[in-house]
Design a binder for this molecule. Sequence first.
Ligand code: ARG
Length: 563
Amino acid sequence: MDLKKLVANEIHRHVAEHLSEEQVYGLLEKPKHAEHGDIAFPAFSLAKTFRKAPQMIAQDLAEKIDSPAISKTEPVGPYLNFFLNKEVISAEILKEVVTQKDDYGQSDYGKGQTVPIDMSSPNIAKPMSMGHLRSTVIGNALANIVEKVGYKPVKINHLGDWGTQFGKLIVAYKKWGDVEKVEQNPIAELLKLYVQFHEVAEEQPELEDEARAWFKKLEDGDQEATELWTRFRSESLKEFMTVYDMLDIQFDSFNGEAFYNDKMDEVIALLEEKGVLTQDRGATIVDLEKYNLNPALIKKSDGATLYITRDLAAAIYRKRTYDFALSLYAVGNEQSNHFKQLKAVLKEMGYDWADDMHHIPFGLITQGGKKLSTRKGKVILLEEVLNEATSLALEQINLKNPTLENKEDVAKQVGVGAVVFHDLRNDRLNNFDFVLEEVVQFEGETGPYVQYTNARALSILRKAGVELDLAAPLHLADDYAWGVLKLINSFPDIIMSSFEKFEPSVIAKYSLQLSQAFNRYYANTKVLVEDEERNARLVLVKATSVILQESLRLLGVKAPERM
Ligand code: ARG
């Protein structure tokens, strides 16, 4: 419920000749100190109109205000402060949440409009990195968030499945590859071949020429090259799928870089037509000096296209296919320059919709303050991280709740959820250190803490064993209950703000706050005691679990009923 709107509506009744309700709404402020009330109206905004001192206006207005939702008003200097009637309002909030359930906070802001989200996008024949994990979970949360504000998200895995490295792989595979080994352990084997290629090529530079020739064959649709590439791609994808399955994240499209191969000629033709191409020592570039950027290299001297050329094709394809309102790219901060160039080239081509494209950058996951690197064999396998998180969660469950049913399933939801939550809890641009033991804790600022709070709320409701009665009085006014209610009531604003900032951490932090407020409430209140407020308290418990579950769902974290 919009409390400001409620007050604006009441004030407006008395000043309707001078201000619209929207204007009143826009003027309302939050008092700096809670003891000054919940909402303040600056009466000086009417001083000119009324030709009266603001103090007088506040005084006069105070006498007219008459609404059951407002318990008192207090003129203080040029302000009129409003104190809300917590009992009336808490009842309204509770009813709203418990009837709307997971629809609470849903808006139609983006109705009828589509938002493609470029996310995950690992490179074929290489292990998926922690950076790709970040892109996957941030992209997935953003998809849920844009959907919550009414858009239709399209989750696109822009696989790195094209480029000169495939020429190298083909050469290495033909020389040293072993079919069976690759099938058993595709990514590890392909990575080995790739590393081997570079080692040998140091002594035998002619291998590089062979690789270039094979990539050329691949680009031209040669059968053998295409068959090998198809195999590398599908075997790698199978391995990525196990990680996506563990995260329970699905995609709407796997159109990776290769998908745009046959769309390159058109892009080059368009660039030519718009007259933005120049030649530079045999290479074809777009000069971006007026944007203060390096030139974008579109085509190499041997005619091969590049990463950015394929991204240009992808951007144009997405605009044509989805007619997007916004187009998001959840990609690491280190590619900021690339996305600036991409947008600048599109602007040069006269595509103003480039302004609707947003790079959503994020920081690095570090270990002991150092960057994790996939090079030099120092590979962190995500599958292993998630499995380890699951066993740590199982240990915790065995300590806290050894008789729990489906312990393995719950442990998976908790372990994987812990990793995802941890990733989303920090402002996305911050680098953060990853220490698994700290991530999988039931206390502190962790995902399991939120999950545990929700499970506790559900267990209270089970213990109560009664149907909730929404028609009965739902008045709760004590400070602990109000602390929870205020947060619950702000959920729609939280969603909007996380959308506006493209920042899932807003929701993650909020869910921690709500959990803390709820646990304070529970520690200070005898929820189950049989008195006339029991039903109202249980409705508050229910409303809390509705919001916690919805917050976790938006983040892509499961909410086990028991743990
Ligand atoms: N495959 C790239 C990488 O791993 C990320 C692709 C991001 N998406 C894009 N449209 N460029 O670095």
